[in-house]
Structures are given as structure tokens and as C-alpha cells.
Design a protein around this ligand. Structure first.
Ligand SMILES: *Cc1c(COP(=O)(O)O)cnc(C)c1O
Length: 499
């Protein structure tokens, strides 16, 4: 790793000095130690760094400033949608009635949370055109697994045991084939047509008595609406298979396209992509699943039930024998679901449609601007995101998309998603979202266009970027193969702190 700036600081352990910091417990009882049984007392002091309070505060605050964040800059990452989260939803999730509720609290003292979950299921069913929703899966990937396990249970329940294949387009997210194989199916990859949609001929040829399910992302990971969706789903059902929709890109179609009404049998929502929740840091998220009539009996347990007297309760174990069972602890990641509820209620039906319309408008505007300097492989109206490519730039100058992404850091931006989907050469997947102003979109487009000019005039400058970041180009192969993820104490004379 090349450290090019001064901003990377020593660790707290390296800053530690024996005796610094002092006693933090005010007025401990004189016999405090005697009250702890001898067998439970430490023999040696813990190897904690010793610093005064301002040093600790400055250390963490300075580290936080090295992080690129949506609160300080534009975030063009594709296939992710939710980047700016309304602060109001953070407030809602922190309300003590939700945040402090014990997950094992009896139903009688959890009525408010159960009601919120029940109502959220209803809103998501309305948004998607599905019959019912389970909030349990912890993420989109687990929602997929849940959906495919339900499809497996459906075929088995009919004694249809020959279906061992799942069809997945080649532009799909890696979690789709991973899900199919975790559920015991063979993945059949379907190529894309020239327009970016599913190749209908290949799709129909692959469908047959062995097809258990097809998994379709709509809009696709290329940001394109699957225009032949009605036709594809008719063929799926005619073949006796069921249709799964990967709903990661739902942001683009709210109030305009309901997967349940279009004929999908099951889908997942990425609540942390579409309906608030900070997306960075790898979680937690939530991946509720919605089902149509066919898969209703197989929904995971426990469901949230509403009695005739208006009270709520969780299904008890074994109450619904057709269920595929439990996927995770308790009822899901509740804090994430509270944010989703707040977001959905704040926007309402017409507000959600406006979200999608604005997201699509912003993406198409940016697509046109970025197209001034980059290849746009599918030059038709996109949904909430679009793919640009540096294939032409690479051919002329040798500069790759990875280099351009790194150079964006010098221009003050977080890079977009790169080399995904895998089907586009030197691709960048750019998703601005509905929350950004036209001035922000223009400034980002100007930066990308300026970098395209740098590729022609000074390719080495771009290839060796970033130049202004605290850390230069990483050796990604070594980082992946031999990750060094923890601090280890220094030895001997190097060691400034007691062990
Ligand atoms: C993000 C994503 C997933 C996986 O969802 P997680 O919530 O990250 O598990 C699946 N498919 C697509 C298209 C995605 O963008």
C-alpha cells in the first residue's frame, strides 16, 4: 500500500503512553475489588491503550473524515439505489418503543411493533401487487433463498420432483445463481439479446419440464426495463415453472409496474435499497418476500397475525405445517423495517410514483451528459441507472475503467459501480437517484468528461490515480488473498504500551 498523504494516523495503541488517561470511574466504593470473587478477577491488566479523552475523540473524528459519505458528497454507485436516507427515518427507528423492545417480549407488550410490521406487510403487498409479504429475510440474498425454497416446496407438494433447473439471465446479480445452487438447483444461464433484454429464443429453448423457476431482475442490472416480460412469463407458466422477480431495482418502477399483477409468483424487496436505511458498511438490511396465491401456504414462519378484536400476535411454531419454516431469528431486522415504514408512509402512493419518475429522469439526464465522452452500450431510455463504458477510451489510450474510477477520487467523487454487470466491457453502472439536484448531476458529469480528456492528454496521470487520497492504489490481489484485517501488538523496543 502506498501512503501518499499525511492523513493516515498512528493507531490508538501506538499513541498510548503508560499512565495516561487516568481513572474514569468516579468515587468507586472502597471495597469494589473485594466484591468481585477472586476467581473472576484479572491477573494481568487488559492491554488497552492509555490516552486522554481529547486524543481519543480526535482520533475517531479524524478517521471518520477519511470516509467518503453521502452527507459530504454525491454517490453514483449503481445497483444500490438508497444512498441518501431521510434523517426523519433515523429518528423513527431510534424511538425507544421500537429500539429498546426485547426480541423475546411477549406479544401483549409488543403490540405497537407488531402492528407496524403487519401494516408494512400490507403496504409492500400493495406496492408490488402481491397477495402477502413476509418481512423475515435479512437481506435481498436471503429473500431470494426464501423464494426459491418456497418454489421448491410448491413443486414437491404437487409430487413434481423432476424439476431441478433454474434459469438466470447472464446480466443477473451473482446472488441469483448462488441462491439456485444453495437450494439444490442447477443454474442455466440465459444470454442477453443485443438490446440488453433477455434473449427470448434462448429463453424459450431452455424452458421445459425440468425448469423449476426463472429468476428475472426487472428493470435489469443494465437499468433497462424488460419489454417482453408479459411474453416471457406466459411461457414460464405454460412450462409449469414459477417466476421469481429480483426486486433490487424497484426504485425505478414504483406506482408504474406491479410485479404481482404482471404475473410474477414471488419477489424480494431490498428494503435497504428502495425504502431507506443506510446502505454502507454492509448491513444490516432487510429482504422481505412477496408472494402470489400459489406460494401463500409456504411463506416462512412466524407470520404476524391480526385477530378479529384488532390485536396482533406472532404465529406459533407448527401452526401452519406447509410453511418452509424459519429463516432467521425473531421477525427480521426490525429497525430497518421501521425506517421502511416511515419512508413509505411519508411518501404515500403518489409520492412513491414521483420518486420513481424523478429517479428515471435524473438517470436519463446523466446518461445523455456522460454520453458526451463515453460509450453508452444500450442507447435507449434507461430506468433509474445506466451503463457507460470506457471500452473506446481503453482502445485508444490504454486507460481502463478501474483507472477512471480511481481518478474520480482525485476529482472529489466516490466512483460508480464498475465491471458490473459482467456482460459490459469496461462498464460503469451509474445511479444518481431522485434526491440529487441538476447542479450536482452536471458537476459529476463534468468531472467524468474532464477525466475522459485526461485519458487522451495524459494517460499516465489517470493510470496512477488516485494522487490526492490518503491511500494510493492498493494491491487488490494481495488484499483479497492475504487480507491483513487486525492490529497486532508490537514487540520489544517498538512497544509503547503495556501488554
Ligand atoms: C443488491 C442486489 C442483490 C442482493 O441483495 P442484498 O440485499 O445485498 O443481499 C440481488 N440482486 C440485485 C440485482 C442486487 O442489486
Amino acid at each position: 500500500m502506498t501512503v501518499v498523504g499525511e492523513q493516515l494516523q498512528p493507531t490508538l495503541f501506538e499513541r498510548s503512553r503508560p499512565g495516561r488517561g487516568g481513572d474514569k470511574i468516579p468515587h468507586p466504593p472502597k471495597d469494589a475489588l473485594d466484591r468481585i470473587p477472586a476467581a473472576a478477577r484479572r491477573v494481568t491488566p487488559p492491554a488497552l491503550p492509555e490516552l486522554n479523552e481529547p486524543e481519543v475523540v480526535r482520533h475517531y473524528t479524524n478517521l471518520s473524515q477519511l470516509n467518503y459519505a453521502i452527507d459530504t458528497g454525491f454517490y453514483p454507485l449503481g445497483s444500490c439505489t438508497m444512498k441518501f436516507n431521510p434523517k426523519l427515518n433515523e429518528w423513527a427507528a431510534r424511538l425507544p418503543g421500537f429500539a429498546s423492545l426485547h426480541p423475546l417480549a411477549p406479544d401483549s407488550v409488543a403490540q405497537g411493533t407488531l402492528q407496524l410490521l403487519w401494516e408494512l406487510e400490507g403496504i409492500l403487498a400493495e406496492v408490488s401487487g402481491m397477495k402477502a409479504v413476509s418481512l423475515q429475510p435479512a437481506a435481498g440474498a436471503q429473500g431470494e433463498l426464501c423464494g426459491i425454497l418456497m418454489i421448491r416446496a410448491y413443486h414437491r407438494s404437487r409430487g413434481d420432483t423432476e424439476r431441478d433447473e433454474v434459469l438466470v439471465p447472464d446480466s443477473s446479480h451473482g446472488t441469483n445463481p448462488a441462491t439456485a445452487s444453495m437450494a439444490g438447483f442447477k443454474t442455466i444461464t440465459i444470454p442477453s439479446a443485443a438490446d440488453g433484454g433477455v434473449d427470448v429464443e434462448a429463453f424459450e429453448a431452455a424452458l421445459g419440464p425440468r425448469t423449476a423457476a426463472v429468476m428475472i431482475t426487472n428493470p435489469s442490472t443494465l437499468g433497462l426495463f424488460e419489454q417482453r416480460i408479459g411474453h416471457l412469463l406466459e411461457h414460464v407458466h405454460a412450462a409449469g415453472a414459477l417466476a421469481y422477480m429480483d426486486g433490487a431495482n424497484l426504485n425505478a418502477i414504483l406506482g408504474r409496474f406491479k410485479p404481482g399483477e404482471a404475473g410474477f409468483d414471488v419477489m424480494h424487496f431490498n428494503v435497504h435499497k428502495t425504502f431507506s436505511t443506510p446502505h454502507g458498511g454492509g448491513g444490516p438490511g432487510a429482504g422481505p418476500v412477496g408472494v402470489g396465491e400459489t406460494l401463500l401456504p409456504f411463506l416462512p414462519s412466524p407470520r404476524v397475525l391480526r385477530a378479529d378484536d384488532g390485536t396482533f400476535r406472532l404465529e406459533v411454531v407448527g401452526e401452519r405445517p406447509t410453511s418452509i419454516g424459519r429463516l432467521r431469528s425473531f421477525v427480521g431486522n426490525t429497525g430497518v423495517l421501521v425506517r421502511a415504514y416511515a419512508y413509505l408512509r411519508a411518501h404515500g402512493g403518489t409520492g412513491l410514483k414521483q420518486v420513481s419518475d424523478d429517479a428515471v429522469l435524473a438517470a436519463n439526464y446523466l446518461r445523455k451528459r456522460v454520453g458526451e465522452a463515453y460509450d453508452i452500450p444500450f442507447d435507449r431510455a434507461c430506468k433509474h441507472e445506466f451503463v457507460a463504458s470506457a471500452a473506446g477510451i481503453k482502445k485508444r489510450t490504454g486507460v481502463r475503467t478501474l483507472d477512471i474510477a480511481k481518478r474520480l477520487i482525485d476529482h472529489g467523487y466516490h466512483p460508480p459501480t464498475i465491471y458490473f454487470p459482467l456482460t459490459v466491457e469496461e462498464g460503469m453502472l451509474i445511479e444518481p437517484t431522485e434526491t440529487e439536484s441538476v447542479e450536482t448531476l452536471d458537476a459529476f458529469a463534468d468531472a467524468l468528461i474532464a477525466i475522459a480528456a485526461e485519458c487522451e492528454s495524459d494517460p499516465e496521470l489517470v493510470k496512477s490515480a488516485p494522487h490526492d487520497a490518503p491511500v494510493g492504489r492498493l494491491d487488490e490481489a494481495t488484499a483479497a488473498r492475504q487480507p491483513n484485517l487486525r492490529w497486532r501488538p508490537m514487540a520489544g523496543a517498538e512497544m509503547p504500551c503495556p501488554d
